[in-house]
Design a protein around this ligand. Structure first.
Ligand SMILES: *Cc1c(COP(=O)(O)O)cnc(C)c1O
Length: 402
């Protein structure tokens, strides 16, 4: 039936990534709408009592309640799974709901987690504060160091958890090595792929087991909604994640799913253009600021690894000023075009001071260890003309004496 093309594996498996991003998961209603239908409904009705009984018994397909399934949300889940090369995906209310569900659904008291120390602040809170409260121990390591992953493994290690590139230090994890190591020890690898998305890097292709997303970032890409997703094998999603999610309820609203579906249609275009713009701005800044942390530039110590794993560098990078918090804040205050904002992945250029915002909650000691200094600024390069962004940074840098 033509209106189910986007969810027919016989058809979708032939589609290349750009096609999946536009058409994957689409199911049309009897009206034949071109744009995905936004089904804002919490519940469903049935022609007879036997139909609903069969659905609850798992003997018939169909919707029963939007905490369990929703047609619009399901379209997004299919699309993300196709783009990721995953067997299955479940959308989540936010990126943090995705990280929490991906970890808690598979961990038990007595398990051990090895996590990258350079990570989004709330991800650090999960590993440092939440998991230990339930008797799940964690070790945080320098994720750039392959030997550190190996050395941190304990007999009860159940999960490896990391971001690459990491927020905001731009550390790169050697995914082939780390995922291979995990497999050899029966450890599940969970990769937070918010910075790159499937367009720039597909962790499952490097042997990762689970990809978890903040879809709030590049996938929406226009600063509108909070959203998240977890993708992996059908076994992991259906047997581990689904019971956890259906009974705890971190579900994505159909409206937000619809917005992200629209975002995915242009994800490839935006990710590639923003990467290009980020290279132009990065080249301008190099030499002008004391330290650049830009995976697309040969000066990044892991540039070759980033280039081998990523199709392009992505829109985000960081740099460090010598004058500490005062100079970093003065620079932000001097910007006229680039907004002061702690969001990323947006089509607008945004800059933030991680030590006082995204990484405020991890505390000065942990910031020191992960390399988030007082002079660091993280920037997301948007879709504006990069020459205007360069003009703005040039003016602001001059104003702070650089
Ligand atoms: C933003 C972000 C998150 C959290 O996502 P939300 O959608 O804000 O909950 C997790 N990990 C990384 C790397 C992020 O950038």
């Amino acid at each position: 039936m033509k209106r189910r093309d986007g969810q027919n594996p016989e058809i979708t498996r032939h589609w290349r990534p750009a096609t999946q991003a536009v058409r994957g998961g689409t199911v049309r209603t009897e009206w034949g709408e071109t744009s995905e239908a936004l089904i804002l409904s919490s519940g469903y009705t049935y022609d007879d009592a036997e139909t609903v009984a069969a659905r609850f018994a798992g003997e018939a397909e169909g919707m029963t309640y939007s905490r369990l399934q929703n047609p619009t949300v399901e379209m997004l889940e299919h699309r993300i799974a196709l783009m990721e090369g995953a067997e299955a995906c479940r959308a989540q209310a936010t990126g943090m709901a995705a990280m929490t569900a991906a970890l808690l659904c598979q961990l038990d008291t007595g398990n051990h987690v090895v996590a990258a120390r350079a990570a989004f602040g709330s991800c650090r809170w999960l590993t440092d504060s939440l998991l230990p409260r339930w008797g799940i121990t964690t070790t945080t390591i320098d994720s750039r160091d392959n030997a550190a992953w190996e050395a941190a493994i304990q007999p009860n290690t159940k999960v490896f958890f990391f971001e690459t590139p990491a927020n905001p230090t731009m550390d790169i994890v050697d995914m082939g090595f780390v995922c291979g190591l995990a497999k050899a020890h029966g450890i599940t690898t969970v990769v937070d792929n918010a910075f790159a998305t499937s367009v720039l890097q597909r962790p499952l292709d490097f042997g990762a087991d689970v990809v978890a997303y903040s879809a709030t970032k590049m996938m929406d890409g226009q600063g509108r909604v909070l959203a998240g997703a977890v993708a992996g094998s059908a076994e992991f999603i259906n047997e581990k994640l689904l019971p956890f999610q259906r009974n705890t309820g971190p579900n994505l609203s159909p409206f937000n799913a619809w917005v992200v579906l629209k975002g995915l249609e242009t994800l490839d275009l935006r990710a590639m253009r923003q990467s290009e713009n980020s290279m132009k701005v990065g080249k301008f800044l190099e030499g002008r600021v004391p330290v650049m942390l830009h995976p697309g530039l040969p000066s990044h110590p892991q540039h070759n690894l980033a280039a081998a794993q990523m199709k392009a560098c992505g829109p985000i990078f960081s740099f460090v000023l010598d004058g500490g918090r005062r100079q970093a804040m003065d620079l932000l205050n001097a910007l006229e075009l680039v907004d002061i904002s702690n969001n990323i992945g947006d089509s607008r250029s945004l800059a933030t001071h991680p030590a006082s915002t995204t990484h405020h909650s991890v505390g000065p000691e942990a910031r020191d260890i992960m390399g988030v200094g007082e002079g660091m600024i993280r920037i997301n390069i948007g879709l504006e003309d990069p020459l205007d962004v360069i003009d703005d940074l040039d003016r602001a840098l001059t104003k702070v004496g650089l």
